[in-house]
Design a protein around this ligand. Structure first.
Ligand code: ADP
Length: 417
């Protein structure tokens, strides 16, 4: 129970912190991408401006001289940045001089920045109109490979893909440790409560046994039949017997918490165990006017179990089936193996359990408040004990029921090969 809560706490902690971490990594990557592109665009813009200032325009002859333009003219210094092409378009957007690949004859766009992904590596391109004395004299277009930007981003991606899972692992471990620390006081409070229940039940046993013995001795001493003294002694005996059962059940619940270690369990044949229980039940069911049948496979079904406790769980369910079925009714015990699971079904056609009570009937001290249940004198601990025993064996117990139609309890236990 505590381990499940601890796992849940750790899982939610990892999930929430992990989501924040992944969102943070995403934002970081986005900001870095935008920043890298901005830096490159600024550089491209500066290069284009340097080139544009070297364009000479003669308004009389309406000609442009690109001799001094870096990359395009013969009379030039090379620009330091790696450019894959530089193109000059006239005012009609027709290609003039160019360096590197010529591109389109006709300039398609007006101006602006573009990433060309059709080429490998990707190319960042800028196209700018060039003015002289406020008159458009042509367009300059240059392109630079995005290799270094892509490399920087690939490096960042690599760092993030390594760092994020490692951080998630660290968060998971931290979550597990923190959940353990958070569970500590709850665990302590719970074990104190368990210890108190166990101690109180244990202490109550001795005085109850003494009262019972005294009452029984009183019953042996000769008294007149029907006398009030005899009636009182009988009543005391009955009450003490039922309180003793309650105390034993409480002690049982307090002592058998958690799942059994497999070394403490023994391999046993469930068909055989159920056969013995069924034989014992046949007579008591007959006495109550019930028709008790069982259907058990002839081949053995092996399970790892504590025989006394497993017998108690099945007996509790069979006792309930007989208790809550009217005379003339039927109680069936069925065993089968499916998908490496031993499946025990205890079915009756008795009074049934209302749907609203079904989710609660495995809780301690929960009793269905029906006319018939009230008269059976239980304490509502039988099913809590069944659940605790079956879960301690790594199994599961479920119920399906319809009022006035009957109830079926199903136990599933891991079968051994
Ligand atoms: P109790 O000692 O009262 O029988 P249990 O824990 O064994 O306590 O059962 C809890 C409640 O579940 C009972 O009060 C009863 O109303 C209901 N119940 C259990 N088994 C059956 C059954 N086979 N048919 C109808 N009701 C049942």
């Amino acid at each position: 129970m505590f381990n499940r809560s601890r796992r849940n706490l750790a899982r939610w902690f990892t999930f929430s912190m992990g989501s924040i971490l992944i969102a943070f990594a995403g934002v970081l990557y986005y900001v870095e991408t935008v920043d890298e592109l901005k830096k490159l665009d600024l550089l491209l813009y500066r290069k284009t401006r340097v080139m544009a200032t070297n364009v000479k325009y003669n308004p009389q002859t309406d000609t442009t001289n690109l001799e001094n333009v870096p990359l395009l003219g013969s009379n030039t210094r090379l620009l330091s940045t790696e450019l894959v092409y530089a193109r000059w378009y006239n005012t009609q957007k027709q290609l003039g001089q160019f360096f590197g690949s010529p591109g389109n004859e006709q300039l398609m766009l007006g101006s602006g920045l573009q990433t060309i992904k059709s080429d490998r590596p990707w190319i960042r391109q800028i196209t700018l109109p060039v003015y002289q004395k406020q008159q458009l004299i042509g367009y300059l277009q240059i392109g630079t490979p995005l290799t270094s930007t892509q490399n920087n981003l690939a490096k960042l991606r690599l760092v993030l893909t390594i760092a994020v899972p490692i951080s998630l692992g660290i968060i998971g471990i931290a979550g597990w440790v923190l959940a353990g620390i958070a569970m500590q006081p709850i665990r302590q409070a719970y074990s104190q409560l368990q210890r108190f229940t166990a101690d109180a039940s244990h202490e109550l046993r001795a005085p109850l046994a003494a009262i019972l013995t005294n009452a029984q001795v009183g019953l042996i001493t000769p008294v007149r039949d029907g006398s009030p003294q005899l009636f009182r002694l009988e009543k005391i005996t009955k009450l003490v017997e039922s309180i003793s059962t309650l105390v034993s059940n409480l002690l049982f619940l307090a002592r058998h918490e958690g799942q059994f270690a497999s070394e403490s369990l023994q391999q046993l044949d469930l068909s055989n165990l159920l056969q013995q229980i069924a034989r014992d039940y046949q007579t008591s069911a007959k006495e109550q006017g019930l028709n008790f049948t069982y259907d058990l496979p002839s081949q053995p079904i092996q399970v790892l179990a504590e025989p006394t406790l497993l017998t108690q769980a099945i007996t509790n369910l069979l006792t309930n089936a007989c208790k809550y079925t009217l005379a003339g009714g039927e109680v069936k015990l069925h065993l089968a193996e499916k998908l490496r699971q031993a499946i025990i079904e205890i079915e009756d056609n008795g009074i049934g359990i209302p749907e609203a009570d079904l989710p609660h009937i495995f809780e301690r001290f929960y009793r269905v408040d029906s006319e018939r249940s009230r008269n059976t004198g239980g304490f509502g601990l039988g099913l809590a004990i069944v659940k605790q025993i079956i879960e301690a064996h790594g199994g599961k117990v479920t119920v399906s029921s319809q009022v006035d139609r009957g109830t079926t309890f199903t136990i599933k236990l891991p079968a051994q090969r």
